[in-house]
Design a protein around this ligand. Structure first.
Ligand code: XUL
Ligand code: CO
Length: 442
């Protein structure tokens, strides 16, 4: 394999990661992720469409609010911004190629450092886009989705699309236009809006109604522009309840769907569901997937996991097979993602300072999803799980139950039926049996 195709090899000593099966002792091999293996009619590659998050994997230096960077990433050493961007991209494509990751996701200024003016930033982005196009063509690694970073720069401290100052809203819109152009130029399959600062720190100084209307206007304008440019891909909103804002308007899947419907955006936008955002909203990952799937809006997934003790957005790599199995059940029953993939929006810990740790993390995450897929498929194929769940609702399949579902019974008719039938008998929910069916394979 060529190292695609930079001048330097950034991960020397690490070759292509291959499937070696569950018995291997090789830490740089897959035990379960076998890209060509067919599970319920699709290969694992097609089920997952795994993606690398540029911001964590290429830009994450280990810096946190309490301390300096811990990770000396060799691709960040150049001082010239475009040279640094090219080195970073060489490292990104070498990494994705060695791991067999078919996609990557990026924010505009993950690719190249933001400049002091919008015009200079755009010039830099256009330059790196040309470089990226050649790398994409040479490697076959493609863009799952792009986005704009509308939360790091101080100008966004009061929000981007929901900023009380129109000048900031316009600047954010300009950034989205450029990021959409970039995503389209690189053949991106989707475009994500995550509103980290679209919310408030204090309701006392916030006109929430007006801010939400501005957000809807902003998304409409972005949608119109993207479609005018011929973008066929999926537009996605990524819900999160808080952090960095105290309260974010896209709190969770249900809130975001309500927002999209309120402003007539539901036909164009789907959801990008992130595990740790689900748990921050006090939901499970599976719950958020189910809410999105039931609305026909299950677009894409940001894969990671939180911490059960502290409740932060820790963005750890997903490793818990039972949790993922419940998620894969939802995904399989929903028929998969609508246009998206599984993006590892996850970071190695601050004290994981070896470059090999980036490989271990992604291998672990990909294997965990593969195990979960196999487990979920076994649940669906070998246990009465699905049938038993249907049977719980059998009383609505005929007779008065069916008439109720069809809207043919009013409250007076229901009153008469209840009087005739007397006290309902109890039917077990058999939760433990359902759990046994699922966890038997995890
Ligand atoms: C932040 C987060 C973002 C989005 C893209 O919690 O998940 O990285 O995925 O802006
Ligand atoms: Co995310």
């Amino acid at each position: 394999m060529s190292v695609l195709l930079g001048e330097r090899e950034f991960f020397p000593g690490i070759g292509p990661i291959r499937y070696e099966g569950p018995e291997t002792d090789n830490p740089l091999a897959f035990r379960y992720y076998d890209a060509d293996r067919v599970v319920m009619g699709k290969t694992m590659r097609e089920h997952f469409r795994f993606s690398m998050a540029y911001w964590h994997t290429m830009c994450g230096t280990g810096m946190d609010p309490f301390g300096a960077p811990t990770k000396a990433l060799p691709w960040l050493s150049a001082t010239d911004p475009l040279q640094q961007a090219r080195d970073k991209m060489d490292a990104a494509f070498e990494f994705a190629t060695k791991l067999g990751l078919p996609f990557f996701c990026f924010h505009d200024f993950d690719l190249v450092a933001e400049a002091h003016t919008l015009a200079e930033s755009e010039r830099r982005l256009l330059a790196i886009a040309e470089y990226a196009k050649a790398k994409i063509a040479a490697s076959g690694v493609r863009v799952l989705w792009g986005t704009a970073n509308l939360f790091s720069h101080p100008r966004y401290m009061n929000g981007a699309a929901t900023n009380p100052d129109f000048a900031v809203v316009a600047h954010a819109a300009a950034q989205v236009k450029i990021a959409l152009d970039l995503t389209i130029a690189l053949g991106g399959q989707g475009y994500v809006f995550w509103g980290g600062r679209e919310g408030y720190l204090s309701l006392l100084n916030t006109d929430m109604k007006r801010e939400r209307e501005h957000l809807a206007r902003f998304l409409s304008a972005a949608r119109d522009y993207a479609r005018k440019q011929g973008f066929q891909g999926t537009l996605l909103v990524e819900p999160k309840p808080m952090e960095p804002s105290k309260h974010q308007y896209d709190f969770d899947a249900a809130t975001t769907l309500n927002f999209l419907r309120e402003f007539g955006l539901e036909r164009d936008f789907k959801l990008n569901i992130e595990v740790n955002h689900a748990t921050l909203a006090l939901h499970t990952f599976a719950h958020e997937l189910q809410v999105a799937a039931d609305a026909g809006a299950l677009g894409s997934i940001d894969a990671n996991r939180g911490d059960y003790q502290n409740g932060w957005d820790t963005d750890q790599f997903p490793m818990h097979v039972p949790e993922l199995t419940e998620a894969m059940l939802v995904l399989l029953e929903a028929g998969g993602l609508e246009g998206g993939g599984i993006n590892f929006d996850a970071k190695t810990r601050r004290n994981s300072t070896d470059l090999a740790d980036l490989f271990y993390a992604h291998i672990g995450g990909m294997d965990a999803f593969a195990r979960a897929l196999l487990a979920a498929a076994a649940v669906l194929e070998k246990t009465p799980y699905r049938k038993a769940r249907c049977e719980r609702y059998a009383s609505f399949d005929s007779g008065d139950g069916q008439r109720f579902e069809r809207g043919e019974l009013g409250l007076e008719e229901l009153y008469q039926i209840a009087r005739q039938r007397g006290e309902p008998s109890l039917h077990s929910g058999r939760q433990e049996l359902f759990e046994n069916w699922v966890y038997r394979f995890c």
